[in-house]
Design a protein around this ligand. Structure first.
Ligand code: ARG
Length: 466
């Protein structure tokens, strides 16, 4: 079946038909197409465009088709059609005959596909939010279990200052909770109804679009027919949210790849999420994390693909827009799967506080604290910085840590060196405790962060139950 045969003579090139079809992909929209069509015929009925008998038969046909697919979800899979909209009309015609031809009165595949893609995006965003909550839960769970463990904090991947491991986990919690808010935002902006705008100029039939919006669960009616039939902002936005989630996951994966390497050994991946080598018997590789990092590249590609797709399109609808679906489905599926695995990896990670602690003894992570203590005693910070720097250099040259310094050695660089300074120099606990302003890594501050994070997870779970 073709929805546009009249103007043409002869057939299409079979190769071109295959090239242009989208049913193999957009059949994911079958239930949306049915839902939209059911609401649409109702609107046509209310507008007096369909007689009540016609409305009844079309409704029965659409309902019967829905039941048929629900009974056999794989039924459509191998079938061929130009797109999901053509296929549904074909099937309805088989069920109710010629009256099926009234289904597309005043509507176009352009407003149809724009409506269905928005319905999909709203559902997909909600779905992603649910999986994201799993990740948030795993992070707060680990933070709660290891709230006091101290991790060497890095900048430039060089040892910097001690931090609570829970503070580190909650940093990712912050990123992912912003992602959750972004998804919600995305959902809200996609929530304008395209149906009833026809191919580009609007519909010539007296449809009540507000009623149609209510029927289909849209928060509002899109105001401009040209815009709404050809705009795919909502696709780009969801893909951006996905790309950023993947970017966050990828950074986190990179951290853990490093932290799980034996040189660090701060964490150990559960066997279930690791793989071995076919050659080297001793290997335990963090493939789950590497794949997450790798798939971030895929999702980024989908986002740039869609932006490139849109940038040169003349208003209004162009067939190029059909390409958005492949990118959208792949971006959403990949992000959902990566998040689900990440949540499991995070939840089952073995934490090694002993290793973290041991590493904070090396690398002079308390150097700032020694300088700060001198500042408290009246030394200008620049002077304190210089003195501690020289002491570090001395230690590094003779391969010592602050812990194995004799007082007289230290005094050669820091004349005020005493037992208090010695304690400060070897105590990561003291270091973290000092950072007690809001947002700092002091246990008091992190406990507040953690409590807030747990509340947020509860709120999100209440909003989006599994
Ligand atoms: N399959 C198309 C898409 O995904 C919708 C059909 C609109 N086609 C058209 N020639 N106006 O965008």
């Amino acid at each position: 079946m073709k929805l546009w045969g009249g103007r043409f003579s002869g057939g299409r090139d079979r190769k071109f038909e295959k090239f242009s079809e989208s049913f193999s992909l957009d059949q994911r929209f079958i239930f949306y197409d049915l839902r939209v069509s059911l609401a649409y015929v109702k609107a046509l009925g209310r507008a007096g465009v369909l007689k009540s008998g016609e409305l009844r038969r079309l409704t029965q046909g659409l309902e019967a088709l829905r039941k048929k697919i629900e009974g056999n979800p794989r039924w459509a899979r191998g079938q061929a059609s130009e797109d999901v909209h053509t296929w549904v009309e074909e099937q309805v015609e088989k069920l109710v005959g010629e009256v099926a031809g009234k289904l597309r009165t005043g509507r176009s595949r352009n407003d149809l596909v724009a409506t269905e893609a928005r319905l999909y995006v709203k559902d997909a965003a909600a779905d992603l939010e649910r999986v994201l909550v799993e990740m948030l839960k795993a992070l707060v769970g680990q933070a709660r279990r290891h709230s006091q463990a101290i991790l060497p904090g890095y900048t430039h991947l060089q040892p910097a200052q001690p931090i609570l491991f829970s503070h580190y986990l909650l940093a990712y919690f912050e990123m992912f909770s912003r992602d959750a808010a972004r998804l919600e935002d995305c959902r809200k902006r996609a929530d304008g109804l395209p149906m009833g705008t026809g191919a580009l100029a609007g519909t010539a039939f007296p449809l009540d679009r507000n009623a149609l919006a209510r029927e289909l669960g849209f928060a509002r009616v899109a105001r401009n027919s040209l815009d709404v039939t050809s705009d795919r902002d909502f696709v780009a936005e969801l893909l951006f949210a996905c790309a950023l989630i993947m970017t966050h996951l990828s950074r986190w994966a990179e951290d853990l790849i490093i932290y799980s390497s034996p040189g660090f050994a701060y964490v150990e991946l559960a066997d279930a999420y690791s793989t071995g080598s076919s050659l080297m018997p001793q290997k335990k590789n963090p493939d789950s994390l590497e794949l997450i990092r790798g798939r971030a590249a895929t999702v980024l590609g989908k986002l740039t693909g869609v932006l490139a797709l849109l940038k040169g399109l003349p208003l209004a609808y162009d067939r190029d827009l059909q390409e958005d679906k492949a990118a959208l489905f792949s971006g959403v599926d990949t992000t959902r799967d990566a998040l689900a695995i990440a949540a499991r990896v995070a939840g089952t990670l073995r934490i090694r506080p002993d290793r973290m602690k041991a590493m904070t003894q090396q690398g002079f992570l308390t150097a700032t604290d020694v300088a700060d203590e001198l500042v408290r005693r009246g030394t200008p910070f620049a002077e304190a910085h210089e003195q501690v720097g020289k002491l570090v250099r001395y230690c590094a040259d003779c391969q010592r840590t602050f812990a194995d310094l004799k007082p007289e050695e230290a005094r050669a660089f820091i004349p005020a060196w005493d037992s208090k300074l010695q304690t400060v120099a070897v105590s990561p606990e003291h270091s973290v405790k000092q950072r007690n302003a809001i947002g700092g890594t002091a246990p008091r501050q992190v406990a507040r962060q953690l409590a807030r994070a747990e509340r947020l997870v509860k709120d999100l779970q209440r909003k989006r139950p599994r």
